[in-house]
Design a protein around this ligand. Structure first.
Ligand code: HEM
Length: 159
C-alpha cells in the first residue's frame, strides 16, 4: 500500500478530531450527497423497498447503521495511518462483501467524492487543496484494497 507523508497524516488527524466525535450527522451529509450523485445506489439496500422517499430511506435505522459502519471504517483508517497495511485483510473482505451485494467498484469513487464534499461542508475555510489531497490519498488506499477484494470475489464466482 502507498504511504502518506507525515504532514498529510497530521492534517488528516487534525481535521478528523471533531468530525470523528459526530460520525452519524457527518455520515448523513456524505450519503445524502452520494444519492444525489448516484440515486440508483439506494436500490442496493434491500430495506429500500419499505421506504417511500429518499429522505425516509436515509432516516431508516438500517440505513443509519450502514452510515455508522462506513464512518467507523474511515475512523479506523485515520487511527491506522502509520500502519494502513494492518487493515488490508479487513478491507479485502469488505470489498468481497460489496461485490456480493451488487456495489460496483466505480461507485467507491463516487463515495470518495461524497466524502470530500462532507469534509468541505464540515471544515469550511480549513478545507484546503493540500488537505483535500491528503484525504484523497488515504481514501485511495482504502478503496484500492476494497477493489482488489471485490475483484477476487468476482473471479471466484466466475470459476
Ligand atoms: C458505494 C456505496 C455503498 C453501498 C451501496 C453499500 C452497501 C452496503 C450493503 C447493502 C451492505 C450490507 C448491509 C449492511 O450491512 O448494511 C453493506 C455493508 C457494509 N458496508 Fe457498505 N456500501 C457502500 C460503500 C461502503 C464503503 C465505502 C464502506 C467503507 C469504507 C462501507 C462499509 C460497509 C461495512 C463495514 C459493512 C458491513 C460489512 C459486514 O457485514 O461485515 N460501505 N454495504
Amino acid at each position: 500500500m502507498e504511504l502518506l507523508t507525515e504532514k498529510e497524516k497530521e492534517m488528516i488527524r487534525d481535521s478528523w478530531e471533531s468530525l470523528g466525535r459526530n460520525k452519524v450527522p457527518h455520515g448523513m451529509v456524505m450519503f445524502s450527497r452520494l444519492f444525489e450523485l448516484e440515486p440508483a445506489l439506494l436500490g442496493l439496500f434491500q430495506y429500500n423497498t419499505s421506504c417511500g422517499s429518499t429522505q425516509d430511506c436515509l432516516a431508516s435505522p438500517e440505513f443509519l447503521d450502514h452510515v455508522t459502519k462506513v464512518m467507523l471504517v474511515v475512523d479506523a483508517a485515520v487511527s491506522h495511518l502509520d500502519d494502513l497495511l494492518s487493515l488490508e485483510d479487513f478491507l479485502l473482505n469488505l470489498g468481497r462483501k460489496h461485490q456480493a451485494v451488487g456495489v460496483d467498484t466505480q461507485s467507491f469513487a463516487v463515495v470518495g467524492e461524497s466524502l470530500l464534499y462532507m469534509l468541505q461542508c464540515a471544515l469550511g475555510e480549513t478545507y484546503t487543496a493540500p488537505l483535500r489531497q491528503a484525504w484523497l490519498n488515504m481514501y485511495s488506499v482504502v478503496v484500492s484494497a476494497m477493489s482488489r477484494g471485490w475483484a477476487q470475489n468476482g473471479e471466484h464466482k466466475a470459476d
